[in-house]
Design a protein around this ligand. Structure first.
Ligand code: 6R9
Length: 653
């Protein structure tokens, strides 16, 4: 980014105050902000006390070895006990923890008492295999209840898990197994996706072949398909767990005991093993889930559509919701199987009241059209969440109208694998939300928007988003590489000691925050910093557009020129007039400086497997370079289609 800070370009004036009933019964109110501001550590101590501690902590925060934080030092607790057993002991054993919905339509509901028995059996099974506290276990699994059981079983015996997304390749799994030196791999025969059976075991075999650390491979039977087998190494999950006792005494672990490693793909270099620990992590995921989703465990049905292989699945399918005794939906498959209404059939079937999904999904639903959700009864919904990318104001409004029936507050939640839990988000019973804004840091969290020199910008300014105070669920390091931890996250502002998140943000006149995407994506056009997010949002605010990706391509006169890739809404045909119309629309919304030089209509955009747009590849196309690394793409053929079209793009001077 140049010395000039980001201009505050788009101007959104719509406001949506909380529904009165929600405000009156909200789990968390404005008072929490005041309390946390007066005594931040005291506030977090109170949130930690929502959990069961076997031994109380001595000190809330030890920040003497910064940037390596220690929270709730000396305290001891068991994460699985907190997520399962204590609810059973409190008399809620019959409550459903997980409504599992398989893609073919099979379903199964697991109560907290059943979950407790399954987790105990799995913990005993891992112990029989010689897994002890501190050993790493790799988990390469689809979206099925056994995945949650496996994670909780690891947590129960203090064996950090490393979950690897099931659609990752054998090579990706192997490098993660090697980096963490995992002793056991838990996988499945296969899973159902888009109407077909997808193999998993052959990839797992390829990954494990020659992996020195792996001693056993545990295989869950999901599809019943034939699988290759290596006697002595491979074991069926059901054979091993069925013969275990369903009793297991959970041992308490130190608050700083490692809970899991999760690899972020990043845009460059080797994946980083982000390390999270026990007490601080559970405190913040539990509190934020309670506060931001306002969960009422006796009546709500919660559904997070993320894959458990991402941090959102860890924090807001497994640890946050279960620690709060949620009843939740776990869905195996895709939104368009057997038809494009599947999510809404699921919402109606289970009477989902809280839905947490990603902007990429919302924009896809926009593209498919509002008539699809309109066919299902969505009246059970009361709160809608968004995570993963900036949500364009128009997508936000579409979500509110077509999914939320105009009555549900939207909580846009900003956070990262590294932050472990939500950091910036509105509270649904407090905030008068603004479409496209994540509003302000949650109680107990502190963030700043600063210039390149680290000076906070005033309201109305833009710059770099930094976290200037430690938080309980912060990453404790990069597995095996303390230098990389310092260099990547703490070296940008050594004097101020800020954690730099990599994102740009602006503050509006009220001081509320608008996330502008990764600073690497920010464009410099004729001396102005322009965020891709703002131009994309301007494009999406045109009624013909469902989704847009914008990049800055090298330009001799202006430094960079704005190139945009646009997906039209369902039913809208690409016509010659539309190109000029969209350019004029952006000029009207933002100003001539943001007018795209080129607009390319495409059917799909390149996305990571977690749904984020990969602008880097679009930039390669726009600059007519050969493509960089495409291995993290969901569908690499998308790039061939885009590249084939671009040279014919109409370009104005
Ligand atoms: C939870 C998750 C982190 C990056 C983050 C930012 C982007 C996530 C966002 C958002 C704007 C939001 N991001 N949530 N940007 N508004 N509500 O996505 O973790 O996969 O590590 O990605 O995602 O750029 O820095 P992770």
């Amino acid at each position: 980014m140049s010395e000039e800070t980001l201009s505050n370009l788009l101007n959104e004036t719509r406001r949506f105050p909380p529904p009165a009933e929600l405000a009156a019964t909200a789990n968390v109110t404005e008072e929490a902000y005041r309390q946390a501001a007066a005594d931040r550590l005291g506030f977090w101590a109170e949130q930690a006390a929502r959990l069961h501690w076997e031994q109380p902590w001595d000190e809330v925060l030890d920040w003497s070895d910064r940037p390596f934080a220690r929270w709730f030092t000396g305290g001891r607790l068991n994460v699985a006990y907190n997520c399962v057993d204590r609810h059973v002991e409190a008399g809620h054993g019959e409550q459903i923890a997980i409504h599992f919905e398989g893609e073919p339509g099979d379903s199964r509901s697991v109560s907290y008492a059943e979950l407790q028995r399954e987790v105990c059996r799995a913990a005993n099974a891992l112990t029989e295999l010689g897994v002890v506290a501190g050993d790493r276990v790799a988990i390469y699994m689809p979206m099925i209840p056994e995945t949650v059981v496996a994670m909780l079983a690891c947590a129960r015996i203090g064996a950090p898990h490393s979950v690897v997304f099931a659609a990752f390749s054998a090579a990706a799994l192997r490098s993660r197994i090697d980096d963490a030196e995992a002793k056991v791999l838990i996988t499945a025969d296969g899973y159902h996706r888009r109407g077909t059976v997808v193999d998993l075991k052959p990839q797992a075999d390829e990954a494990v072949d020659g992996a020195e650390s792996i001693e056993k491979v545990l295989v869950v039977r999901r599809t019943g398909q034939q699988v290759p087998w290596q006697d002595g190494r491979d074991l069926w999950w059901h054979e091993l767990t069925d013969r275990q006792s369903d009793q297991h005494t959970a041992e308490a672990f130190d608050s700083e005991h490692p809970l899991f490693i999760l690899y972020t793909s990043g845009t460059t270099g080797r994946p980083k093993g982000i390390l999270h620990t026990t007490g601080g992590y559970l405190t913040q995921v539990s509190y934020t889930h309670h506060a931001v989703f306002d969960l009422k465990p006796d009546t709500d049905v919660y559904w997070c559509t993320a894959d458990v292989g991402w941090v959102t699945g860890h924090s807001y399918i497994v640890y946050g919701p279960l620690s709060n005794r949620a009843t939740q939906v776990l869905y195996e498959g895709t939104p368009d199987t057997p038809d494009r209404g599947r999510f809404w059939h699921n919402v109606a079937k289970y009477k989902v009241s809280i839905l947490y999904t990603a902007p990429t999904a919302i924009r896809t639903f926009m593209k498919w059209g509002g008539d699809i959700p309109a066919k299902s009864d969505l009246s059970s919904l009361r709160i809608l969440g968004s995570v993963g990318e900036p949500i364009n104001p128009e997508a936000w409004i579409w979500y509110r109208e077509h999914i939320g029936g105009g009555r549900c507050p939207i909580v846009d939640t900003w956070w990262q694998t590294e932050t472990g839990a939500m950091m910036i988000a509105p509270l649904p019973g407090v905030a008068a939300t603004k479409p496209g804004s994540a509003m302000r840091p949650l109680p107990g969290i502190s963030a700043q928007v600063v210039t390149n020199a680290g000076v906070p910008v005033p309201d109305g300014g833009g710059g770099l988003l930094v976290l200037d105070q430690p938080w309980p669920s912060m990453l404790r390091g990069v597995w095996g590489d303390p230098e990389r931890f310092r260099d990547t996250y703490w070296s940008r502002f050594p004097e101020q000691g800020y954690y730099f998140a990599g994102d740009g943000a602006k503050k509006d006149a009220d001081g509320d925050l608008w996330l502008l995407g990764r600073v690497d994506d920010i464009m410099l056009v004729s001396g102005h910093n322009i965020s891709t997010t703002e131009v994309e949002s301007a494009l999406v605010s045109h009624p013909a557009v469902a989704e847009a990706a914008v990049v800055g391509a090298k330009d001799e006169t202006t430094g960079q020129r704005i190139v945009s890739f646009v997906i039209l809404r369902g039913g809208r045909e690409e016509d010659p007039g539309l190109d000029a119309e969209l350019k004029a629309h952006v000029t009207k919304e933002i100003g001539p400086i943001a007018r795209p030089r080129q607009i390319q209509f495409v059917a799909e955009l390149p996305k990571t497997r977690s749904g984020k747009i990969m602008r880097r590849l679009l930039k390669d196309v726009a600059e007519e370079r050969s493509l960089g690394d495409t291995t993290t793409l969901t569908d690499a053929s998308v790039m061939d289609l885009i590249a084939a079209k671009l040279p014919h793009a109409a370009e104005d001077a």
